[in-house]
Ligand binder design. Sequence first.
Ligand SMILES: *[C@@H]1O[C@H](CO)[C@@H](O)[C@H](O)[C@H]1NC(C)=O
Ligand SMILES: *[C@@H]1O[C@H](CO)[C@@H](O)[C@H](O)[C@H]1NC(C)=O
Ligand SMILES: *[C@@H]1O[C@H](CO)[C@@H](O)[C@H](O)[C@H]1NC(C)=O
Ligand SMILES: *[C@@H]1O[C@H](CO)[C@@H](O)[C@H](O)[C@H]1NC(C)=O
Ligand SMILES: *[C@@H]1O[C@H](CO)[C@@H](O)[C@H](O)[C@H]1NC(C)=O
Length: 320
Amino acid sequence: MDLLTIIGMFGFLYFSIRIYLIIISSKIKKINTKYVLITGCDGGFGKITAKRLHSKGVNVIAGCLTESGRDSLKQQGINSILLNITSEDSIDKAVKIVQEILPKGVGLWGLINNVEFLELALPNDWLSILDYQRTMNVNVFGLINVTLKFLQLIKKEQGRIVNMANLAGRMAFEHLGPYSTSKYAIEGFSDSLRREMKKWNVSVHTIESDVFNARVINVEESMTKRFHSLNDTIRNEYGEQYIKEYLTSYKISINLNTNKDVVPVIDAYVHAILSQYPKIRYTVGNKSILYRFVNSHLPDCVTDFILKKISKYPKPLRVQ
Ligand SMILES: *[C@@H]1O[C@H](CO)[C@@H](O)[C@H](O)[C@H]1NC(C)=O
Ligand SMILES: *[C@@H]1O[C@H](CO)[C@@H](O)[C@H](O)[C@H]1NC(C)=O
Ligand SMILES: *[C@@H]1O[C@H](CO)[C@@H](O)[C@H](O)[C@H]1NC(C)=O
Ligand SMILES: *[C@@H]1O[C@H](CO)[C@@H](O)[C@H](O)[C@H]1NC(C)=O
Ligand SMILES: *[C@@H]1O[C@H](CO)[C@@H](O)[C@H](O)[C@H]1NC(C)=O
C-alpha cells in the first residue's frame, strides 16, 4: 500500500465518522408542536428530564404521583398532572386530562415510562410472592397499563415510547430477584411492542442503564428487619452473620456497580424523544456496556464465574 492509499483510507474513515455523528445528532422538526408525557416526575430522572425537555421547547406533560411533586413542577411553568400508574382509575383520569391538554387533532409524540420501583435487596428464600407482586405491579403491570391506555394517542402522532429498563433486565444479579424479573419482563414487552408498532410508524425504545446510587434502598435496615421475621429453618441456614458479611460485599459492589452520574440517562431519554434517528436500545454507563457484552457473548458458566469473582457475596452459614 502506498502512502496515498493510506491517507485516502483515513480520510474516508474520518468523513464517514463525521457524517455518522451529524446524522445521529440531527433533531426532529417542529419540536414546539410535540407533546410528551413522562411518568414519575416527582423527582429523579423524571423531574430532570421534564425540565430539560421543557427548556428545549417541548410541551411536557409531567405525571406525578404526589401533589407536592405536581405543584413543584407547575411552579416552574411545566404542565403537570397527577398519575398513579398502579391505579386504573388514575390512569383513566390522566388519559382524559391529556386529551383536554392536547390541541384538536393532535396526539402524543412521546411517552416516557420512567417510573420504577426497587424495594428490597434480599435472597429469594427470604422473599414471598407478595414481594414479587409489589414490584411487578409497578414496574410491569403499571407500565403496561399506562402504555396500552395511551397507545391510540401515540399512534395518532406516529410517536415514540421510551421504557426505563435496566442492566438488571439483561443480567440478573443476586439479591435482586423481583427487580430483575420485572426488568426482564419490560424487555419482553418492549421488544414485542416495537415489532408490532413498526407498521404504525410508532417506535419503541429502551434505556438499559447501570444501577444508580439514587435508587439504592436502605439494605441494612430492610435485611435486618426481614431476617427477624423469617422462620427458624431459614434463619439458621443463613445465620445472623450473613447480614454483616453481605453488607461488606454490598458496599464493594455498590462502588463497583453503581453510577453516580445521572446525566447520561437524561441524555438518552432526550435523544430517544428528539433525535431524527433514535436508537432502539440505549446502553448507558460503562458497566452496562461491559456486562451486556459478557452476558450476550460468553457462555453462562463464564458469566456466573465472573459475577461470583467480582461480587464476593458471602456464603450462608450452612453452606460454609
Ligand atoms: C392493570 O390493568 C388491569 C386490567 O385492566 C387491572 O386489573 C390491574 O389492576 C392494573 N394494574 C395496575 C398495576 O394498574
Ligand atoms: C396509588 O394507587 C394504589 C392502587 O389504587 C394505591 O394503593 C396507592 O395508595 C396509590 N398511591 C398514592 C400515592 O396515591
Ligand atoms: C408510515 O410512514 C411511511 C413513510 O413515511 C408511510 O408511507 C406510511 O403510510 C406510514 N404508515 C401509516 C400507518 O401511517
Ligand atoms: C419454614 O419455612 C419453610 C418454607 O416455607 C418450610 O419448609 C419450613 O418447614 C418452615 N420451618 C419451620 C420451622 O416452620
Ligand atoms: C466511562 O468511563 C470513563 C473512563 O473511566 C469515564 O470518563 C466516563 O465518564 C464513563 N462513562 C459513563 C457513562 O459512566
